[in-house]
Design a binder for this molecule. Structure first.
Ligand SMILES: Cc1cc2nc3c(=O)[nH]c(=O)nc-3n(C[C@H](O)[C@H](O)[C@H](O)COP(=O)(O)O)c2cc1C
Length: 411
């Protein structure tokens, strides 16, 4: 069971809203505190009086309630909780969430939160199976929203059956506590550790609107951050420009250039483990123009003079008091992958290099899978092709074991 947590429950206007009363009781019995937001429609199904009596807190509904804004405010509501539960999540609420609406307190809080959100849908099967709801659910899942249910069975409407029932309270509580327990597994291999992960490409400006970049999607780096979090670490993810949903429970620092990434890494130290998975530009334009470079007829194309960026991996891996105990670099190569990676291990003084073939035929850049080789002083280990999530989990488990061995040897 999870330790006492602050739960924000958003109750939507569906027939299953009555089950929330039982949910609140059971959550409070388990030591959690519950604050509730009811949508306007939810008032048609349960009363704020019952919900308020069971939560022992004032029930909130109105975004423009000035008292609330002064006392709590929707941004604080969005932040001051460990998890947000939407139950029952109506078809309409899912559509507003997927569309990024913020036209009432429930949706404004959902849009403003960085905390985990668990949604328990409940609706008529035709509504659940409708193409619009399918699209909205797919979008929300892509955005990192967790779902539990719906269950299949008889509906409140006579003669209606199919998927759309709110899951039963014990199942809902199990799902809530699973999300809460993520990363806080007792004795998680990286509990109490700080892990820095860099991810994504960097953008090096040519002029105010043009830049040099690469095809990195940031997927492997984000998976590494999630894997470290799931093993209990505090994670700082330093990301170049990517279009991936932010994983919850991870501190994200967004940067654009290689210089900004180096600065962010330095500012995030000390760390136990640093994994440099970002595809950092080796060069930047020596003197980016302050105004857009104009194309002039008859004039030759401008020559771009490049200078080298500071090597982040090499700089952080240098021996010294600030060096993380374990420094892991990625080597993205298109030829002689192993030979280059072995050279990199020595020249950068990294503990491990994770080498992968990123030639276009490999499909690694932007793809879901990766085939990597782990190069360390102990030699080369080649792993079979697997998902980037699996690669990430294996790397982090191995890093945790290595860290433990280093600490034990030092004692
Ligand atoms: C009797 C009745 C029962 C309803 N039950 C549901 C339901 O179970 N699920 C659902 O998605 N909508 C249901 N609706 C429709 C929602 O109440 C309606 O879409 C409302 O706008 C949802 O508002 P909300 O998402 O802000 O709570 C029901 C409507 C009525 C009149």
């Amino acid at each position: 069971m999870a330790s006492a947590k602050r739960i924000l429950l958003i109750i939507g206007g569906g027939i299953a809203a009555y089950k929330c009363l039982e949910l609140i009781r059971r959550l409070r019995e388990r030591g959690h505190s519950v604050r509730a937001i009811m949508t306007k429609a939810a008032h048609q199904f349960v009363t704020p009086l019952s919900v308020g009596a069971l939560t022992n807190e004032r029930v909130l509904t109105d975004l423009f309630d000035l008292d609330d804004e002064r006392e709590i405010g929707h941004i604080r509501l969005a932040r001051d909780n460990d998890i947000i539960i939407v139950a029952p999540a109506t078809a309409d609420l899912l559509a507003r969430m997927a569309g990024g609406h913020a036209d009432d307190l429930a949706t404004a809080v959902l849009l403003a939160t960085k905390n985990p959100v668990l949604v328990a849908p409940a609706m008529n099967p035709a509504m659940w199976l409708n193409a619009a709801t399918r699209r909205n659910v797919a979008q929300l899942q892509k955005d990192g929203i967790e779902f539990v249910g719906p269950a299949a069975g008889e509906m409140a409407e006579r003669g209606e059956a199919g998927p759309g029932r709110l899951v039963e309270v014990p199942q809902l509580i199990a799902a809530i506590e699973t999300v809460l327990d993520e990363g806080k597994e007792k004795g998680g291999l990286l509990a109490g550790r700080h892990v820095i992960v860099t991810s994504g490409p960097t953008h090096e400006p040519i002029d105010p609107i043009r830049y040099l970049a690469n095809r990195s999607s940031g997927k492997q780096g984000f998976e590494l951050a999630v894997a470290a979090r799931d093993l209990g670490a505090r994670v700082t993810l330093i990301s170049g420009p990517v279009s991936l949903p932010e994983p919850h429970g991870v501190d994200i620092v967004r940067i654009k250039t290689a210089a900004e990434m180096l600065e962010a890494v330095r500012a995030s130290l000390p760390a136990d483990i640093a994994v440099f998975a970002a595809a950092v530009a080796d060069w930047r334009v020596a003197s980016p123009e302050l105004e857009k470079i104009k194309k002039t007829e008859g004039k030759a194309a401008p020559a771009l003079a490049l200078i080298e960026n500071t090597d982040i991996l090499k700089s952080i891996a240098q021996p010294g008091p600030a060096r993380p105990s374990l420094v892991i670099g990625f080597a993205a190569e298109t030829q002689d992958v192993l030979a280059h990676a072995k050279k990199k291990l020595k020249s950068k003084r990294a503990d491990w290099i994770i080498a992968n073939d990123v030639s276009p035929s490999s499909g690694v850049m932007g793809g879901e899978n990766n085939t990597v080789h782990v190069i360390s002083a102990a030699g080369v280990e080649s792993w079979p092709e697997m998902s980037k999530a699996k690669v990430a989990r294996k790397i982090m488990e191995r890093a945790a074991t290595e860290l433990h061995a280093k600490r034990t040897a030092a004692e």
